[in-house]
Write a protein that binds this ligand. Structure first.
Ligand code: F6R
Length: 210
């Protein structure tokens, strides 16, 4: 799964050196980034757009998504600082002006969230500040000393911009993700399970590793 996702990112960069990538954090994509940094690729014209970041966290905090990306990808490749993007007020406008994302890699939360679009997020939701669901806070507490340290809010790319990505690869690992994957991709399309809205995307691949 990780090798495949990395190879698709690599092929995308090779075939379109100025491609726009939507990138995830979390434990699932670590293997993908490990594989990806082994490729000899020219990232100098690539633009990256991260899916999300916690609110009120220093970019230097070891659990910030800025730091995660630096550690797992940015410090290993020749991506230009100015081409690195995280959610801000202009995110949807900027991405649209770039012609939308060429490829977005997604993980999935136990409640079906993608990026930090928690259950109830609208199909047309924009980049915005969100309140994290209690189960997301609990799940992410494994990265912090205590659950109280987990930020309660985050900034996320909205479902609209994710859905407009030309290609999507969703990766999930661990038997604890099986039920939600099954519900999202074999069940009804519903805002209760945000990933289910991707069922109708014309170019999505979903990977599961137990
Ligand atoms: C993180 C993100 C989240 C994670 C999801 C799964 O950038 O977009 O939706 O993909 O919370 O996280 P892990 O992989 O840690 O289980």
């Amino acid at each position: 799964m990780s090798e495949y996702a990395a190879s698709v990112v690599a092929e995308t960069i090779e075939s379109k050196p100025d491609c726009k990538l939507g990138l995830p954090t979390g434990s699932t994509p670590i293997g993908m980034y490990k594989n990806l940094i082994q490729f000899d690729l020219d990232w100098s014209n690539v633009k990256t757009f991260n899916l999300d970041e916690y609110e009120n966290i220093s970019h230097a905090h070891p659990e910030s998504y800025h730091m995660y990306m630096r550690k797992n990808l940015f410090s290993h490749v020749n991506l230009k600082e100015k081409n690195i993007h995280f959610p801000n007020n202009e995110y949807d406008k900027t991405i649209k002006a770039e012609g939308n994302l060429d490829l977005t890699i997604l993980g999935i939360g136990h409640n079906g969230h993608i990026a930090f679009n928690e259950p109830g997020s609208a199909l047309t939701s924009k980049t915005r500040k969100v309140k994290l669901a209690e189960e997301t806070i609990q799940a992410n507490s494994r990265f912090f000393k205590t659950v109280d340290e987990v930020p309660k809010h985050a900034f996320t790319m909205g479902l609209q911009t994710i859905r407009e990505s030309k290609r999507i690869i969703l990766i999930a690992s661990g038997s604890d993700k099986w039920d939600i994957l099954d519900e999202c991709f074999n069940g009804n399309v519903t805002t209760d399970r945000p990933a289910s809205m991707l069922q109708v995307h014309p170019k999505i691949e979903v990977f599961y590793a137990s």
